[in-house]
Structures are given as structure tokens and as C-alpha cells.
Design a protein. Sequence first.
Lengths: 287, 290
Amino acid sequence: MNAILPAILFWLFAWALNAWLVRRTPASKTWDRVIRLVVPVLFGVSLLVLWEGFVRGFAVPAVLLPPPSMIWTRLISSLPTLWADFRQTFLKSVLTGYIAGCGLGFLVAIAIDRSPFLQKGLLPLGNFVSALPVVGIAPIMVMWLGFDWPSKVAVVVIMTFFPMLVNTVTGLASASSMEKDLMQTYAASWFQTLVKLRLPAAWPFIFNALKINSTLALIGAIVAEFFGTPIVGMGFRISTEVGRMNVDMVWAEIAVAALAGSVFYGVVALVERVVTFWHPSVRGGRA
Amino acid sequence: MTAREKILPVLTILAALLALWYAAAVFLNAPFERDTAARAGTTITFSEILPRTMAQARPVLPAPHQVLAELWDTTINKPVTSKRSLVYHAWITLSATLVGFGLGTLLGITLAVGTVHNRAMDRSLMPWIIASQTIPILAIAPMIIVVLNAIGISGLLPKALISTYLSFFPIAVGMVKGLRSPEQIQLDLMRTYNASSSQLFWKLRWPASMPYLFTSLKVAVAIALVGAIVGELPTGAVAGLGARLLAGSYYGQTVQIWSALFMAAGLAAVLVLIVGAAHSAVLRRMGARP
């Protein structure tokens, strides 16, 4: 019980500090930014401390829930394995599939741009497919394309294709008729209108799809590995180490996946800020 | 736009997909027939191959009518309680989905209410809620199930918890947006009425958030189903649509996989439709005009 009390005290202290911090209205911009950064970090750290304290205090067996410190040592000691898994799952399956799926969705959206008939046909279907449990396609792909990464790429492509298609088509339609009329008075061709008006107007939608897809792709690749894989990969490691009761290794793998997912999402969000600098949600103010 | 104008393109695309599927089935299943013929020492013409590719027991890609026949056979012809009935498996998955969806809705709304009313919570929790979704939770699914199994909780609840984790996020984000959607002028009006904070919540913020809530619910219910299906995969569950997928992939029963997939798709469609119907019913009662 001796570890619980300090953990709870630390948590309370962190919470009080946070409650105090958010009420500050600092004069300089830098301080404001620092506070905005410190508050969530402090919250996360206090959660970790609470976790550590409870696990140690109640003597929860490590098989059920290892303390964060134990996961950290495991993470450090098995870096080569984790790196191999990361390369197999993330660099080979996720990135390839993500680029192929998003690219394909984008290209198809452009291709059907001039045909309202195809759009009317494909959009409801695309919306419908986006709601389906597409992950279920994984066993079929593993059966067709074998255990190695191509089958995972196929799953990721199928999962990311439809959100991209639907969002791009919606985005391309989002330019107002006033702006389109202006382009017409300039005698702009279809291609010029596309590049100079409609694509820029579509970027927020396209980035929305890219963000959704960044998490979908990781999920798709990992789940596809449950259905059969060579002896490397994050999904493979998780399912085998669970079977061997090496729970700390599983959590280390999860930590890597979480980190990879967050960084992936963060990079997409960063590119979005650069590309759509004109959008109200980026320009600041109240979105 | 008339209904006919809406439906015609969709039907055309569907017909094209169906034709494509049949062509792919012939193309993918033909090598097997050629191999069999070669092994028997005979040659086989294309017109002989064609009907056979439609009726293999374990085709690479089953033809649509095979999948439909299997669906019919396992839903209508089998008693609902039988382990071979797809309705039975769908019910197992559906119950986990619904429990998870219910819990996720409660959690999401609670978090959103807390976030809107407490500044410290808003600043410290919101980034972590967003970060929590960049974690591939489905990767943790086996963990959660095994751990809960070890402390004696098994069956429905672990799967439901995965659905909860997946579905709370869209609801929390949508509700925060919805609860903040009343404009300053409306808030000011409530203040001139001397409304208490609970009145402010129930008479202004809550009704204003309904459209946002239902939009999120549609996303959440679809994602909860995915969670329940995937929750059945890693532990070798014996019942449920996910278990059907896994068993089908182990024994090469492609027709079974495809019929389970179709069942899951149908289930997702029905769930989304129900939420959509509830959405328009609530909006109509609140006086919105279509």
C-alpha cells in the first residue's frame, strides 16, 4: 500500500497545479505556449505515476499489468527486435499501402470529376463502404497474396481508398459557384480551374481523409498480421507474446505503435498547417 | 432531384461491380480447373471451365450467387440456436457491439460535459483523447481480452470494452463541439433570464448539441461493430462473426468468409440506418423542418 499514497498525492498536486496554470493569463506569447504544452504533459505524467503507484501498491502481478518502469526497461533492452517489427509493419506495409491507397483514391476522384453520373453512383457506395468493417477483408487478402507484406498492403489500400475518394469528391465540389463563375470569365480551362481553384479549395477535405487514413492504415496492417505473417511484425509479435505471457514485451510493442501512430498523425497535421495556411482553423482565432 | 435520378447511377455501378466480380471469379478460379484437368490427363475447353468456376467447393473467389446461397442456407434454413446459423453468430457480435456502443456513448458524453464545464480538464484531457486514437487500439485488443480473462471476466464484456474504446472518441469530440455550438448571443439571453447553470445546460446546450451527437453516433456505431469483430479474432473465440472469419481463413472456406463479411456489412448498414432514423425522429420532435 505504501506506493499508492505518494502516487495519489502527486496526482492531486499535478491536478491542482494544472487548475492553477489554466487560470493564468500570461502577458507574453511564449509563456502562453509553454503553459499550453506543460498542462497536458503534466497530466500524462501524473497518469503514469498513478499507474506505477497502483500496480506496485496493490502488488498487481506483472502478467496482468506491468508497471511503466518495467515496460521501459523492456523497450530499451529489445530495441533490435522492435526495430525489425517496425520496419516490417510500418515501413513496408503501412507506408506503401497508405501512399498507394490515398493516391489511388485521389486519382479516381479526379477521373470521375467530369462525370456526374459516376459521382452519383460512386459517392453513396463510397459512404456505405466507409461504414463497413473493411478489416474483415484481411483473411481473404492473406489467402490470395500470401503471408508477407503484399497482403497487408492490399488491406491498407482497400481501407484507405474509400475515405480518400469520398473526401476528395466532396472537396472538389466545395468551391462556390461565384468563384467558378469568376474562373469562367477568365476563360480558364477545366485543368486550370482544377489546379488553381478547386484543388486548393479541396485541401482541407483531402487532409481530413489523410488524417483518418493515417490511423486506419496502422490498424489495417496490424490486424492483417493476426491472420498469418512471417515471423516478424508488430501484429505477429503482439499475438505471440500474449500467448507466451510476456506482457511487458506486448506493452513495449504497443508503446512503439502508439509512438509511430502519433508521429505519423503529427506529420500529416504539420503538412496540413503548411499547405492550408489560409484556413480559419489554422489562421488562429476561434474556429 | 427525383428518386429515379438518384438510384439509377447507383444501380449502374452496382451492376458493373457484379459483372466485374463474375469476370474475376472466372479468371481466378480457372487455374484450379486447368490443373485438375491436367492431372487427369485431359484438356479442357473454356466453355467447360466457365460453369465449373461458378460451383467450386473452395474457390479462390466465390461467385456472388454462391455467397448468396450460403447466406440463405445459414440464415433461413438453420435454426437460430444452431452453431451453424449465421444469425446466431451475428447476434453474439451484435450484443457485444451494442453494449460497447452504449458504454462508449455514456463515456463520450460524460467526458464532453466535463470538458465543457472544467477548463483544467479541457486543457489537460483533450490532447490525450486525441492522442489515444492515434494508438492502434485494435492492436491492444488481444491484450485486453487475455488480461480480463485472467481475472475471470470473459465472454461479452472484453469485446464490448474494445468497442467502447473505439466508439467513445467520435462522440466525445462531436459532443464538445455541439455543447459549445450555442452562440454568445444565446448564452447572453439565458443570462438575462437569470438561468442557473443546470438550466443553461438542459435548455440550451443539450438541445443545441443533438445534431452533432447523432452525426457522431453514426460514426461510432459503425466503428463499434468493427471493434467487436476484431475483438473476436486474436483469442480464437468460438462464436461471433469474427470467429467465423478466422475459422474460414484457417480451413480455406472462402464462401464462409464472404458470407460472414456480407452479414457484417448488412449489420453495419442496419445499425447506421437505425441511428439515422432516430436522428430524424428527434430532430422532428425538436421542431426542425426537413
